[in-house]
Design a protein around this ligand. Structure first.
Ligand SMILES: *Cc1c(COP(=O)(O)O)cnc(C)c1O
Length: 517
């Protein structure tokens, strides 16, 4: 799919990156960005003595080549680079399924608090009572929010939470003498991590086809459930942004065959304070706190995917468990049924701390309001879109939840402008594109999740942008196809940009890319 004009764009890309000089090029011998008192001779002598202990074969013979720069030059370099990027703190970022929420600055401040940030993971439990009490309380809060018996905050991401959940299901069934149960049912609308996690835990994945209205029906599930069925993974609301209305029937079918129900709660934004997976009959759940409870997580991290379970599964949670007795908190490793330690130490504490702040600062009513506003924003934005170009995947009057998916196929058929092209054109308006081409069951999918904090004006501006791109595609599609025009880097050739022969990974690559490829 090398596009027309891609050669120019590749040149433009090199130019943009090339125009921003590299640190090594800005460097001038002897230029410094610090002013420190001179090191006393006695100390330099000591350092020299110590260095002599290093075998000469291991010491460098020439000086380390590092950029030498003044402080303002370094600052300007990084600020210029940051301005070539997009962030939630710059504009609307409605990346469906990823939930790019506004990250309250108070949580950031608390996560940076040196009393917490400087703790060492090998400190004795009696010296880290504060953070242990926070993790313990957070587990209790998540139990209440999800309606589960116990939680472990250890998993470092949603995918890792799913893997832990799948291991718990596997080990529990094994202990029940149900080793014949080797299959996990996963809907075709699921996030790709679901089948991957189940497969990593040793299960065979059986795909459930979604109904015409985009949900998992009892009718579709019934014929797939056998004595081999270990369980089912279900995302609610599903990735089309629709509530799974046949949960009870589906759960009964799986439980009747002694399988377990797994709830993918990566995004709980539509449900906070309203319904709980535990009450719906789920046995295992994970929540992406970096999505649902805010945390900056661009570019793939950092995250945390706590896992919650019902009482009969609680002994299987990962170790160490954060425990409390007589007002003292401890880390307990001695749990014979546990699936083991899944992540170093207790988990991504900085992310967990932000989730704790978010939950506490919003409170019971605030969380309910956040989910209400997330759902309202999503439905309002959907109602403003031009349906001739963006066809909704919710039908029969079913409202969308915190996010919605439209198919851009009508516009593509008429003009040749694809969902990917629309996404690039949005960037020219200073807004981030939605998730594109996911879920896989929708052609030319645009998945939009505005979140709870966008103002009415922002929602209207986003709809206006999409509608005007549709209008422009009909009038002057070449301009749309060549977007973005206003970003630091124009449209890339997706194949060349990611092909090992043409990919540029470091400054040596940029130098090489000056030569014809
Ligand atoms: C994001 C997401 C995941 C995976 O979570 P990671 O933290 O990225 O591993 C799983 N399921 C759904 C529905 C998601 O949106």
């Amino acid at each position: 799919m090398i596009r027309e004009g891609s050669e120019q764009n590749m040149v433009k890309y090199r130019q943009a990156v090339w125009d921003e000089p590299l640190l090594i090029e800005l460097s001038r011998k002897g230029r410094v960005g610090y002013s420190l008192p001179k090191i006393p001779e006695k100390i330099t002598e000591q350092i020299d003595d110590q260095s002599r202990l290093i075998p000469s074969a291991m010491t460098r013979s020439s000086e380390l080549e590092l950029p030498e720069m003044s402080e303002p030059e370094v600052l300007r370099h990084y600020v210029r680079l940051s301005q070539m990027n997009f962030a939630i703190d710059v504009g609307m970022y409605p990346l469906g399924s990823c939930t790019m929420k506004y990250n309250p600055k108070v949580s950031q401040r608390i996560a940076r608090n040196p009393n917490i940030a400087n703790l060492h993971p090998y400190q004795d439990a009696d010296t880290i009572q504060g953070i242990l009490s926070i993790l313990f309380e957070l587990e209790r809060m998540l139990c209440e929010i999800a309606g589960m018996h116990s939680f472990s905050v250890q998993p470092a991401a949603g995918a890792q939470g799913e893997y832990v959940g799948a291991l718990i299901i596997r080990n529990y069934l094994r202990d029940q003498g149900l080793e014949c149960k080797k299959e996990i049912l996963v809907p075709d609308s699921a996030h790709g991590t679901n089948p991957a996690s189940a497969a990593m835990a040793g299960f065979k994945v059986v795909k459930i086809p979604s109904s015409a209205t985009g949900i998992v029906t009892a009718e579709a599930v019934k014929p797939l459930v056998t004595e081999k069925t270990a369980g089912m993974m279900l995302t609610v609301p599903n990735t089309l942004g629709i509530f799974e209305s046949e949960i009870r029937e589906v759960t009964n079918i799986v439980h009747d065959s002694r399988g377990l129900m797994y709830y993918d709660g990566a995004n709980m934004n539509a449900l906070l304070g309203r319904v709980r997976p535990g009450d719906m009959g789920f046995d295992v759940v994970h929540i992406n706190v970096h999505k649902t409870f805010a945390t900056p997580h661009g570019g793939g991290g950092p995250g945390a995917g706590p896992v919650g379970v019902t009482e009969k599964l609680s002994e299987y949670l990962p170790i160490p468990r954060v425990t409390s007795s007589n007002g003292a908190y401890n880390l307990e490793y001695n749990k014979s049924k546990s699936v083991g330690q899944i992540k170093s130490f207790v988990g991504n504490t900085a992310v967990l701390l932000r989730a704790y702040c978010y939950i506490l600062s919003l409170g019971r009513e605030g969380l309910k309001l956040a989910s209400e506003q997330a759902v309202l924003s999503s439905n309002y934005l959907l109602s403003l879109l031009d349906r001739q170009s963006f066809s909704p995947t919710t039908s029969n009057g079913i409202p969308a939840k915190h996010e919605f998916v439209v198919s851009e196929s009508p516009l593509k058929k008429k003009t040749g402008v694809s969902a990917g092209d629309v996404a690039k054109a949005i960037l020219d308006q200073g807004m981030h594109s939605p998730t594109t081409y996911f879920p896989l069951i929708v052609n030319e999918a645009l998945m939009i999740e505005p979140t709870e904090t966008e103002t009415l004006e922002n929602l209207e501006a986003y709809a206006k942008t999409l509608n005007s791109i549709s209008k422009k595609s009909n009038e002057d599609k070449d301009t749309v196809l060549a977007s973005p025009h206003s970003t630091a880097i124009g449209k890339l050739d997706e194949v060349r940009a990611s092909h090992p022969n043409t990919m540029i990974l470091n400054w040596k690559g940029i130098l090489k890319s000056q030569q014809p490829v």
